[in-house]
Design a protein around this ligand. Sequence first.
Ligand SMILES: [Zn+2]
Length: 143
Amino acid sequence: MPHPTKPAWNCHNDACPVCTAPERDEMTLLRCAILTLLEHGRWMAADEIPLAEILSAGGDYLSGLAVGDDDTPVPAVEHWAWLDAELRLAVARAAGLDAVSTLDPRIDSVLATAARRSWRRQMDLLDLAAKQFTERHTRPRAA
Ligand SMILES: [Zn+2]
């Protein structure tokens, strides 16, 4: 688990559930990055960009997106592999896999199956992944 040294990130988007959550911490940048990728992924799916492509090179994608925009989360390069793995886990979970770890060996086949669905189904899947990810990371931890 990466531990960025920067203070809690804020993308300055009032609608961002991660950055406006009461429990912002050093992981906020990375969560915001994953949410941003899931949201962009919906539109990429609508453009019929293959799911495997949407779920890879997220750090590179965000870096390009962030040019001239300080409010786009850009994780450090050493976190990019982690970012991709978490993104794949979030989508595999949305597809119904009960994985708790990015190392779950079933993730690949679940994503391969999802990739064969229509772009509409993929869009729904990314939508669901964003919703689940938000719920998992913005709900105050149970006391
Ligand atoms: Zn944010």
